[in-house]
Design a protein around this ligand. Structure first.
Ligand code: PGA
Length: 264
């Protein structure tokens, strides 16, 4: 089963970058690119995930962009609502500020900040309860791939959240497959390997929900203009989660363009 009729998503994960001046320049340059050569929303959805403190200002700066550019939170609290939780931002507070999307389960959160499966599950639950849309990240380590466990690990990560998502809430889920060994390393999964994993993920999702064929599955891990077109050409790769290359307006635009064109 292929997801090739899905409108692609290209989302820039800015991580703990950039300084304000660079962020303003990046936004301006991206708006200019989109003005010169528009990408319609029917061709490709575009989003960026800035640092939490910049979410609203980035959203404002994109308000007059030729396209709707979604502001995506990079994380949210495992605590819901409001309360005495110093340093935390809940799903409800994101929603209250007009943020509609959130990344959950990024490998950097899992590996560096101790987001265990149960923390990831709490975050997913909170995001769904607050009606946020989730970009749910999955992916195996190099050791897991070399041990032949890649599929098992990734499908388990999908299963980790399956019971939490109510039937109609699958409309609010986007999956991002990001092999950990490909993140920030310059190494990309080959289009064949990526497509094979995406097809497995789609098969798994389709066993869980009738919406499985409609869920966008993004690829992430050293996506750049040079490899975007061949990744975009794969039937079950419905977009990209872009780290490093999203900090350069031209590169990010070219990646979005590659996905927009591939689905024409
Ligand atoms: P990268 O990061 O494009 O720099 O590899 C991707 C990600 O972590 O989302």
């Amino acid at each position: 089963m292929s997801g090739s009729t899905i409108i692609p998503w290209v989302v820039g994960n800015w991580k703990m970058n950039p300084m304000q001046a660079n962020s303003q320049q990046l936004i301006q340059d991206l708006k200019q690119q989109l003005q010169q050569q528009p990408i319609s929303e029917q061709q490709c959805h575009i989003g960026v995930a800035p640092i939490a403190i910049a979410l609203l200002s980035v959203q404002q700066q994109f308000a007059d962009a030729p396209n709707k550019i979604m502001s995506v939170a990079q994380d949210l609290s495992r605590m819901a609502g409001t309360g005495a939780y110093t340093g935390e931002i809940s799903a409800e507070l994101l929603k209250d500020s007009g943020i509609e999307f959130v990344l959950i389960g990024h490998s950097e959160r899992r590996e560096i900040f101790g987001d265990t499966v149960s923390v990831v599950q709490e975050k997913v639950k909170n995001a769904l309860n607050a009606n946020l849309k989730i970009i749910y990240c999955v992916g195996e380590s190099l050791a897991q791939r070399e041990a032949g466990q890649a599929e098992e690990v990734v499908l388990q990560q999908i299963c980790d959240i399956a019971a939490l998502v109510k039937a109609e809430q699958w409309n609010n889920i986007i999956v991002a497959y990001e092999p950990i060994w490909a993140i920030g390393t310059g190494k990309t999964a080959s289009p064949d390997d990526a497509q094979a994993m995406h097809a497995k993920i789609r098969e798994g999702l389709s066993q869980i929900t009738p919406l499985g064929a409609k869920i966008a599955i993004l690829y992430g891990g050293s996506v750049k203009p040079e490899n975007a077109a061949e990744l975009a050409a794969c039937a079950d790769i419905n977009g990209a989660l872009v780290g490093g290359a999203s900090l350069n307006a031209e590169s990010f635009y070219q990646i979005a363009q590659a996905f927009a064109k591939s689905k024409e």
